[in-house]
Design a protein around this ligand. Structure first.
Ligand code: ZN
Length: 201
């Protein structure tokens, strides 16, 4: 359907009839396959919705193609996040003001709740618009930044980011120690992370 928007309908029909255009589902991701007389394999993730298309020679079997794409899954997901990120709905100035006010109430409450439990303390915090991250923590200064966009997510997502950034005061990198802290403090953190579409934090 998305493809039809990109290229002419008649052309699409012709390709489909010749089985030069079809879709494969791989690990829950729909991949459009275009068969062409080419040597290289072209894999692309397109805005605005992160659809995936692979252009490949007729000689590569579907099975081999599947295997090839499976190996690229991490790359695909990373690029999907990057592409889809750019279609975050714009926030009106009015909304922005309201959301900042909401977060200014919620964030201190969460710090007050978690800091005694975790035995750490942020030196200061702030709210800002960020394109690539949900939050950040400067482990040297102890300052934590929270993405304004979290105001439009469920409250548990904000809580997850707060806990995540506070854990950085215990462990700067995302290693096994970091994950062990997350498991201890917030056992459901993995599903919250998935909900947040893999932006960094
Ligand atoms: Zn982090």
């Amino acid at each position: 359907m998305i493809l039809e928007r990109m290229i002419g309908l008649k052309f699409i029909e012709r390709l489909k009839k010749r089985k030069e255009l079809y879709a494969l589902e791989i690990e829950g991701v729909v991949v459009e396959v275009v068969r062409k007389a080419i040597r290289r394999v072209y894999l692309r993730v397109y805005p605005p919705d992160g659809r995936v298309r692979v252009t490949v020679s007729h000689r590569v079997s579907d099975e081999a193609l599947r295997e090839m794409i499976q190996k690229k899954m991490e790359w695909i997901r990373r690029h999907q996040t990057r592409v889809v990120r750019s279609i975050i709905l714009p926030m009106s100035l009015e909304d922005e003001k309201r959301h900042r006010e909401e977060l200014k109430v919620q964030i201190p409450q969460l710090f007050e709740k978690w800091q005694p439990i975790m035995g750490v303390k942020a030196s200061s915090w702030g709210i800002k618009k960020m394109k690539t991250r949900w939050g950040s923590c400067n482990v040297r200064t102890g300052k934590i930044w929270i993405n304004l966009e979290l105001a439009r997510k469920p409250h548990h997502c904000l809580e997850y980011i707060i806990v995540h950034e506070l854990v950085h005061l215990l462990e700067p990198s995302h290693n096994h120690r970091f994950k062990a802290f997350m498991d201890k403090f917030l056992p459901g953190w993995r599903s919250h992370r998935a909900e947040l579409n893999h932006l960094k934090c």
